[in-house]
Design a protein around this ligand. Structure first.
Ligand code: UGA
Length: 445
């Protein structure tokens, strides 16, 4: 075609926005990223990613250096230079409520609309309670400058932290909701690269698009809480939940992924998304979803208490002044994100009970320190384990999984390890002389 390619703006440059902006540049578009945080913009503008995400710094630098990808704090500059505006701001859990806070999405959308100098397409990517986009549509129309036309559609994002670049460049599916023929054509152009390699496109209405995203995360969370419920049965019955999960996973209707029993889910998405779904379903009178999500959340939070109980047990009933070596602070490996991290949550709870907690995480130490400055931090696995009365493996980083149990036993004071992610080679650790406890396997080997 001879129509010029759409130019793209990305509003919000957190995990989602920064990755999306770089991926759009990689797909060949001119991209401008906007954020209200000048420090973040300054870093991104010179190709520095203000968080840990494998592969993203390389991609960012590649396109910042050619000028195809730029960053600004000036929304008016961005809207003037682009045609398709992706809204990628956060929807955190509200204080004192299960509901998601959609005020950043609302403000960003209205601001984009007010700054439009030519017709545009506004694409919501943030995870929102179903019905939000419909409300935003009204706000879009009532804030348009005169003579300007804009459409709002929804295009949820399914990227995982730690695998954000690959998930964005080669997504499992592309969902676009609420499009007209014209906006669908633009979206097919924007995603021409993944569509050409066979990525399925689902075109649907606005509420379906919003709800696909929320249900995907709710299903993943349910899978984790399901296996954690079964893990409790395994432990009581002397069965092995890891072997069980492997066996279940061979049934392709079930699948092996997200059946790792242990400390449960955390992060900026799954916990707040199931709570937001709980809240929104209640508003809509859909009570089955409310009670299901309540159970998923309760089972998940109980896993943290379970690890605290096992720690107390290993130390004979009290953690007071005992030294606890904690391996892991991030909510999962390959990220420095500690939002709602089960690992850090357990560390903080043990600290509150008077334990001397020493945390080591290969990437998340700095972010953890900002939130819990009073915990002890180590610079290596060895340092965290040295003189520990008990060792807790709370995030399954490869370097913890492959650590040498013989060397670690020589450093520790005690010989107890709690494997809260079922990730270490239990037989090897036991052979080295450790007493290993894990969630979903009985105390006796
Ligand atoms: C999640 C979804 O997986 C993404 O598809 C989605 O786009 C994203 O939320 C989002 O809404 O933005 P993420 O938060 O990066 O991605 O983390 P996950 O990889 O889903 O892991 C979530 C938690 O579940 C972690 O704490 C992990 O340790 C835990 N988990 C995962 C388990 O406890 N067991 C498992 O078997 C798998």
């Amino acid at each position: 075609t001879d129509t010029p390619a759409p130019r793209i703006s990305v509003i919000g440059t957190g995990y989602l926005g920064a990755t999306h902006a770089a991926a759009m540049a990689e797909m060949g578009f001119e991209v401008i990223g906007v954020d209200t945080d000048p420090a973040k913009v300054a870093a991104l503008a010179i190709g520095e990613v203000p968080f840990f995400e494998p592969g993203l710094p390389e991609l960012l630098r590649k396109h910042v250096s050619t000028g195809r990808l730029r960053f600004t704090t000036d929304l008016a500059e961005a809207t003037a230079l682009s045609d398709v505006h992706f809204i990628c701001v956060g929807t955190p859990q509200q204080r004192g409520s299960n509901a998601a806070n959609t005020s950043y999405v609302e403000a960003a959308t209205v601001e984009v609309v007010r700054n439009l100098t030519h017709d545009g397409l506004i694409v919501g990517k943030s995870t929102v309670p179903v019905g939000t986009a419909g409300r935003l549509r009204v706000a879009v129309q009532s804030n348009l400058p005169s003579g300007i036309h804009a459409e709002l559609i929804w295009n949820p994002e399914f990227l995982r932290e730690g695998k954000a670049v690959a998930d964005t460049l080669t997504p499992d599916r592309i969902v676009i909701g609420g499009t007209s023929a014209a906006s669908e054509a633009i979206m097919r152009e924007v995603y021409a690269v993944p569509i050409a390699t066979g990525t399925p496109v689902i075109v649907c209405d606005l509420p379906t698009a919003e709800l696909v995203k929320v249900s995907a995360n709710a299903f993943l969370a349910t899978k984790i809480s399901f296996i954690n419920a079964i893990a409790e049965v395994c432990e009581a019955a002397g069965a092995n939940v890891t072997v069980l999960a492997d066996a279940l996973g061979h049934d392709i209707r079930i699948g092996r992924q997200f059946l790792n029993a242990g400390l449960g889910f955390g992060g900026g998405c799954l916990p707040k998304d199931i709570r937001a779904l709980m809240h929104r379903s209640g508003e809509l009178g859909a009570h089955s979803a409310v009670s299901l999500m309540q159970q998923v959340d309760e089972i998940n939070m109980a896993q943290r208490q379970r690890v605290i109980d096992l720690t107390l047990e290993a130390l004979g009933g009290s953690v007071l002044n005992r030294r606890i070596g904690i391996l892991g602070a991030a909510f999962k490996p390959d990220t420095d994100d500690v939002r709602d991290s089960p690992a850090l949550n357990v560390a903080a709870a043990l600290h509150l009970r008077g334990a001397q907690v020493i945390v080591f995480d290969p990437e998340a130490g700095t972010t953890a320190k900002k939130i819990f400055p009073t915990l002890g931090y180590a610079d290596s696995t060895d340092e965290a384990v040295t003189n520990a009365d008990v060792v807790l493996v709370l995030t399954e980083w490869p370097e913890f999984v492959s650590a040498d149990p013989v060397r670690l036993l020589g450093l520790a004071q005690g010989a107890s390890v709690i494997d809260a992610r079922n990730c270490i080679d239990r037989a090897a650790w036991e052979q080295a002389g450790w007493t290993v406890r894990s969630l979903g396997r009985s105390a006796q080997p």
